[in-house]
Design a protein around this ligand. Structure first.
Ligand code: GCV
Length: 707
C-alpha cells in the first residue's frame, strides 16, 4: 500500500516527468556540466527597484539555478564573488553599460571583472527586459553553454508577440487537441488556477508578451461586466510576467449585449458604446492590450452588413481603445461563398484598396498563406502589398492540418520558410520578416500571433513534441531570423536530455518532420485535401459541400489528364497579386519551385519532373517517402529507450505508431483516389493501397476533436 501511494504520488507529483514542466524543468545538471559554473552564479543581487516583475525574475533565477546547480543560489544584498547582478536604469552607468538601444524588452548579458570579483550582469531598461534576460541566462546554463565571458545583446524584432487562444467560454477549444481550455471561466475570478502562473512563466521564458484569451469566432458575453471581472483576474496573474491580456471583440456585441439595434460603425451610438466598453475594460485592466477581430468571415458579423469597409469597422474599435494605448488586430482571413473568384485572391482584393485607410493602432493580422495553414503554402500575397499598413503575421501552432496532437511535425522550418521568403516588393531582400517587423516600410508597431496549441492536458499541448512548437513560436517572434535547428536543439536539451547522441537523434527527427508530413499529406503543392469539418485524415474525393471552396476537389482539380490549380494567366491569375519578380517565377512551369508546382499549375500526369520521373511517379514517390520517413523514426526513437524517462518515452513511441499508421492511410487513400481518376498503375516496386477507395471513403469521424 505504501509503495502504491508513493508511486501514485510520484505519478501525480509536481516533478514527475509527464511533460508538465515543459522546458523549465531545472533538474540538477550532471557534475561535468555543473563544474564549469564553479565560482560563478553564487548569488543574485538586485540593483534595481523590487517590483512584482523583478521579484518574479529573481525568484525564477534563484529557483532555476538552485535546481540546475544542486546548491542554493540565494537572492542576497550585496555583490560578493560570483554574483549575478540584475540591473536597470541608472545603475547601469555604474558598470559602464549602454542600454540605449535595448528598447523596452531588450537586455544585455555581460560578464564583468571587478577586481577579483567576476560578475554576471543582466541589464535592461525595463523590468520585462530583465525577466527575458534571466530566462536567457537560465537557458544557457540548462544547455550547458560556456558563460565565462558573456557579451550578449538581445532585442526583439517584433513588439507584440502574442498567443491567440481559440478557446470558447464553455472550455471547448476550436482546433484544440490538448483537452479543455485552461481558462476556467466558471470558477474565475474567485479561483485562480495555479496553472495560470505556470502558463505565464512558460510564455515569459520565450518572450511572449500577450495573450488573446478567447476564440476569434467570438462570444460577446466575454465583454459583459461579470466576465470583465474574470478577465481582470487573469490579467492580474499575467502582469508580473510581462504578459498583456487581449480579447476578441464580436462585431455585433452592441446589439447582443448593448441593447442597440445596429452595430453600424458609422452610427454615433455604436461608436459611443464601444468607447464606453473600452473605458469599462481599462478601468479594471489598465494594461489591457486591445481587441482581435474576425469580421465578415465564415459567418462572423462585420461592417459589410452595413455596407462599411473593414477599415471603417477596424477604425471604430481602434478609436475606442486608442485613448488607453490599445491596439486592434483585425484579421485578413476573409473569403465569401458568393464570390466565385479564387479564394486565394479574395483577401488581397478586399484589403489592398484599403491600404492607408486604417488608424495607426490597427494591425492587419494575416495568415502565413492565402488559404488556411496548410502543411505548405507560398507566402500570402498581402505581404508587401499594403505598404501603408502594419501587417501582423498569424501562424497556427495547433496542428489543425498537420496531424493534430499525435503527429510529430516541428513547425519552425515552415514558419521560417515564410519569414525568409522574398516578396521582392522593394527589390531583393524584401523579406516577409522585414514586412512583419515594420523595418521595410518604417512602421511603428509590429505583431506576430500564434494560434495556441495549449489545453489542460497534463503535458499542455497534447503531445510532448508539440511543446516544441509553442517554444519555437516564441523564439521566432522574438527573432524571426533565428535558426529552427538551433531553437530545436535548445528545446531538446532543456526538455528531454543533454546526452549529445540522443539530442542528435531527436533533432534529426524534428528537422525532417514537417517535410515528411507534406510528403504524406499534400506533396508538390497540393493543399486542403483533409476530411470535412474536422480536417482529420484524407478526403480528396469530397466534392459536394455547399460552398465550392470547402471541397478538396476545388483545390487539387485532378482529372483524367492532370492535377493542380492553375493560378497563372490561363487560370485564376492569382500569381499577379505577387510582385513582378515573384509572379514571373510562380507563373513559369519551368521556374516555379517544385514544392509549389501544383499550387500554381495544372500539370499533366505524364509531365516530366526534374528527377526524370513523371508527375504521377513523383507523386507516388513523395507519398511513399513520407511514410518511409515516419517508419524510420520509430526505430530511431526505440534506440532511445532507457535514455529518456519512461513516461515520455512511451507516449512518444505510441504516438509515432499512430503517425505511421495515419501516414500510410493518407498515402494509400490519396493514391487510390488519384488512380481512380487517371487510370494509371503504380510504378514498379511501390506497394498498392491497403484498402479499396470505397473503404477509405466510408470512413467517418463524427467525434474527431477540435471541430
Ligand atoms: C477560428 C479555419 C479553421 C476555423 C477557424 C478559421 C479562422 O477555417 O478551420 O476553425 O476559425 O480558420 O482562422 O478564423
Amino acid at each position: 500500500m505504501a509503495v502504491f501511494l508513493l508511486l501514485n504520488f510520484v505519478g501525480m507529483g509536481a516533478r514527475a516527468e509527464d511533460g508538465y514542466w515543459l522546458w523549465l524543468r531545472y533538474d540538477e545538471l550532471p557534475q561535468e556540466m555543473r563544474s564549469q559554473y564553479r565560482g560563478q552564479l553564487r548569488q543574485i543581487v538586485l540593483e534595481t527597484e523590487e517590483t512584482p516583475t523583478v521579484s518574479v525574475a529573481a525568484r525564477e533565477l534563484s529557483d532555476g539555478l538552485s535546481g540546475l546547480l544542486g546548491r542554493n543560489v540565494p537572492v542576497s544584498d550585496e555583490g560578493a564573488r560570483g554574483a549575478i547582478l540584475l540591473v536597470t536604469g541608472e545603475a547601469a552607468s555604474l558598470y559602464d553599460l549602454d542600454l540605449s538601444d535595448l528598447g523596452e524588452d531588450g537586455y544585455l548579458l555581460r560578464t564583468l571583472t571587478d577586481g577579483r570579483r567576476k560578475l554576471t550582469v543582466i541589464a535592461a531598461n525595463e523590468d520585462d527586459g530583465l525577466l527575458y534576460g534571466v530566462f536567457h541566462l537560465l537557458r544557457l546554463v540548462q544547455t550547458g553553454e560556456d558563460i565565462s565571458d558573456l557579451n550578449i545583446t538581445s532585442v526583439p524584432r517584433i513588439d507584440i508577440r502574442v498567443l491567440n487562444h481559440w478557446d470558447n467560454l464553455d472550455r471547448t477549444v476550436e482546433r484544440g487537441y490538448a483537452g479543455q481550455s485552461i481558462w476556467d471561466w466558471h470558477k474565475l475570478p474567485d479561483y485562480i488556477d495555479p496553472r495560470y502562473t505556470d502558463y505565464a512563466r512558460a510564455n515569459a521564458s520565450i518572450g511572449i508578451n500577450g495573450t488573446v484569451l478567447t476564440n476569434v469566432n467570438a462570444n460577446a458575453t466575454v465583454l459583459t461586466p461579470p466576465y470583465i471581472e474574470k478577465v481582470a483576474a487573469v490579467a492580474d496573474t499575467m502582469r508580473p510576467y510581462g504578459i498583456q491580456v487581449y480579447l476578441t471583440a464580436r462585431f455585433s456585441a452592441p446589439i447582443e449585449i448593448g441593447g442597440l439595434e445596429t452595430a453600424d460603425p458609422a452610427d454615433p451610438a455604436v461608436q459611443a458604446w464601444w468607447a464606453g466598453k473600452a473605458d469599462e475594460i481599462y478601468r479594471k485592466i489598465p494594461d489591457f492590450g486591445g481587441f482581435l477581430v474576425k469580421a465578415d468571415s465564415e459567418g462572423q458579423p462585420g461592417p459589410h452588413t452595413y455596407h462599411r469597409t473593414h477599415a471603417e469597422g477596424a477604425n471604430m474599435l481602434a478609436d475606442a481603445v486608442a485613448p488607453h494605448g490599445g491596439v486592434v488586430m483585425w484579421r485578413a482571413f476573409v473569403y465569401s461563398e458568393n464570390n466565385p473568384v479564387d479564394r486565394h485572391m479574395q483577401a488581397y482584393d478586399q484589403f489592398v484598396p484599403l491600404d492607408g485607410k486604417f488608424r495607426s493602432n490597427v494591425i492587419i493580422q494575416t495568415k502565413n498563406g492565402a488559404i488556411d495553414f496548410q502543411p505548405r503554402e507560398p507566402f500570402h500575397p498581402l505581404f508587401g502589398a499594403m505598404p501603408e499598413t502594419p501587417l501582423g503575421m498569424e501562424f497556427q501552432i495547433t496542428k489543425e492540418y498537420l496531424g493534430f496532437a499525435t503527429h510529430l511535425a516541428y513547425l519552425a522550418p515552415m514558419w521560417s520558410e515564410v519569414l525568409r521568403a522574398d516578396t521582392f516588393v522593394k527589390g531583393e531582400g524584401s523579406t516577409v520578416a522585414k514586412i512583419i517587423d515594420g523595418s521595410l516600410e518604417g512602421h511603428e508597431i509590429s505583431a506576430m500571433a500564434g494560434v495556441s496549441n495549449i489545453g489542460s492536458d497534463r503535458n499542455w499541448t497534447g503531445s510532448q513534441f508539440d511543446q516544441a512548437n509553442w517554444y519555437a513560436f516564441g523564439r521566432l517572434a522574438w527573432d524571426p531570423a533565428a535558426e529552427p535547428a538551433e531553437i530545436a536543439e535548445d528545446w531538446v536539451r532543456m526538455t528531454f536530455t543533454g546526452d549529445d547522441g540522443a539530442v542528435g537523434t531527436i533533432l534529426g527527427m524534428m528537422m525532417e518532420s514537417r517535410e515528411a508530413v507534406v510528403n504524406y499529406m499534400t506533396p508538390l503543392g497540393l493543399g486542403h485535401l483533409m476530411g470535412t469539418g474536422h480536417h482529420y485524415g484524407p478526403a480528396p474525393w469530397v466534392s459536394e459541400l455547399g460552398r465550392p471552396e470547402w471541397n478538396p476537389v476545388y483545390y487539387h482539380k485532378a482529372d483524367e489528364d492532370g492535377i493542380g490549380f492553375d493560378r497563372t494567366k490561363s487560370g485564376s491569375n492569382a500569381v499577379a497579386q505577387y510582385s513582378d519578380a515573384v509572379a514571373a517565377e510562380f507563373a513559369d512551369l519551368e521556374a516555379v519551385p517544385e514544392e509549389y508546382l501544383l499550387w500554381f499549375h495544372h500539370v499533366s500526369w505524364d509531365y516530366e519532373m526534374p528527377s526524370g520521373r513523371t508527375l504521377w511517379e513523383e507523386l507516388v514517390h513523395r507519398y511513399t517517402e513520407g511514410v518511409r520517413t515516419v517508419s524510420g523514426w520509430r526505430g530511431e526513437w526505440a534506440s532511445l529507450e532507457g535514455r529518456i524517462d519512461e513516461g515520455r518515452y512511451r507516449q512518444v513511441a505510441d504516438f509515432l505508431r499512430v503517425q505511421e499508421k495515419e501516414a500510410r492511410w493518407w498515402r494509400d487513400a490519396c493514391l487510390a483516389y488519384f488512380m481512380s481518376l487517371n487510370g494509371l498503375d503504380l510504378p514498379a516496386g511501390y506497394a498498392p493501397p491497403a484498402r479499396t477507395l470505397d473503404e477509405y471513403k466510408a470512413m467517418v469521424f463524427p467525434s474527431a476533436p477540435g471541430n
